[in-house]
Design a protein around this ligand. Structure first.
Ligand code: FAD
Length: 382
């Protein structure tokens, strides 16, 4: 059994940044429990050197990293993230959008070229992929507080403390005894996969269940090439398609390494689940050939990440496409016994940027402030 004052459940950006904020306040008595073997959650830049167990297609030949989850941030819209990126000294570059865009309207007509456009406000990417942000935050935390590979299954109040019971991939159980829990797991996932005792109020649980996990229904296909050959044809790499399997396609080239294209699959999660991955990969490759020509047929590496079938992100309800960013539900129950002792810090709880990367850091800041406020019964400083 492990003892700590605070358990942070979830080691995505929200959980890790909450840990960094606790450290900044001189609070070091915490533990971060992460279900996956790697940290970062919906931020995942591939190839990931820290994930030896994941079987990526030909990663050793790839120069640069490519985002399978979050890709862009918008400094004009998300100043808190801009500030953190600057503070951590991370390099950024603009999404490549120069050139024409392709539109594929039907199977029977060739894709048409239309004028491309530059996103306004500008969309930026991080050199090295969005995971550099996670890695930079993580590098400031003592390694012994970070516990990957343990999934919290039950959070129970017991004799004035809170027991967090978790399991690893071998089915072994571990117990952590704490005073407070920062829940860095999206509300819907927490409501559907973690048992709380005493139970959370019904109305709150319903709000958490109704709050869609941003982008959880989606899947991304990435194809890596030695050169951005589409740019030579005056194309930006951007495309929209009513044919599929990808509906929205972008240039995903790394700043100094290999070139790449990626697309969001337009095929519903239920259909994807029934298709062999090889078949889906072949359809994605064929679509890139239709759009960008024969050179697209032979990527040096490719990867498909289906977030809807990842149990560390999605539950069955997330198979339905997003209808927009969620209205954030309350991050802590209004009353005892959980008020202030259990506080949500995943992005969906962010009042300003719910679902975005910027939301994870806002929710973490607000959650840590709630936990440390001297005038509330919740204060960890008492
Ligand atoms: C395909 C895709 C594209 C995206 N694109 C963008 C983008 O371009 N820009 C943008 O701003 N945002 C984007 N997002 C959203 C962005 O990734 C998220 O807002 C952000 O990463 C959320 O961070 P988080 O820490 O709040 O949650 P998560 O990243 O979901 O972290 C939750 C963590 O909790 C862990 N966990 C789950 N259950 C348990 C448990 N029971 N016990 C212990 N650990 C558990 C998970 O493994 C995970 O590591 C995208 C997301 C996806 C999936």
């Amino acid at each position: 059994m492990r003892h700590a004052r605070i358990a942070i459940v979830g080691g995505g950006l929200g959980g890790l940044y909450a840990a960094a904020l606790l450290e900044a306040r001189g609070i070091q008595d915490y533990v971060v429990l992460e279900a996956r073997e790697t940290f970062g959650g919906r931020i995942m830049s591939w190839p990931d050197a820290s994930a030896p167990s994941v079987d990526f297609a030909a990663p050793e030949t790839v120069a640069g990293r490519f985002d399978l989850g979050a890709t862009w941030f918008w400094p004009d819209l998300h100043p808190n993230l801009r500030q953190l990126v600057d503070q951590l000294g991370l390099e950024t570059f603009r999404q490549h959008e120069t050139g024409d865009m392709l539109v594929e309207r039907s199977r029977t007509h060739a894709p048409s070229r239309v004028d491309g456009f530059a996103s306004a406000p500008p969309a930026l990417r991080l050199v090295g992929g969005m995971s550099t942000l996670v890695e930079a935050v993580r590098a400031r935390l003592p390694a012994d507080r970070l516990v990957p590979g343990w999934r919290a299954a039950c959070v129970r109040q017991q004799g004035g403390h809170i027991e967090v019971r978790s399991r690893n991939g071998l089915g072994q159980e571990a117990l952590c005894l704490v005073d407070r829990v920062l829940l860095a797991v999206p509300p819907r996932l927490a409501a559907g996969t973690i048992e709380f005792a005493p139970a959370l109020p019904d109305a709150l649980l319903r709000r958490w269940q109704a709050c869609g996990t941003w982008m959880a229904p989606h899947a991304k296909y990435v194809a890596v090439y030695g050169a951005p050959f589409w740019r030579g044809q005056g194309l930006s790499g951007e495309a929209r398609s009513a044919v599929g399997p990808m509906g929205e396609i972008h240039d995903a080239s790394s700043e100094a390494g290999d070139a790449a294209l990626f697309g969001f699959l337009g095929v519903a999660a239920q259909v994807r689940r029934r298709m062999p991955e090889d078949a889906l990969l072949a359809h994605c490759r064929a679509q890139f050939v239709r759009l960008f020509g024969d050179r697209a047929a032979r990527p040096k590496a490719e990867f498909l990440k289906d977030w809807a079938s990842d149990p560390c992100t999605a539950v069955a309800a997330d198979e339905n496409p997003d209808v927009g960013h969620a209205i954030p539900p309350p991050a802590t129950p209004a009353e005892a016994p959980w008020h202030g002792r259990l506080v949500g810090v995943a992005s969906e709880w962010s009042p300003s940027f719910s679902g975005y990367v910027a939301g994870a850091i806002e929710a973490a800041r607000l959650g840590v402030e709630t936990l440390c406020a001297p005038d509330t019964a919740a204060s960890i400083l008492h």
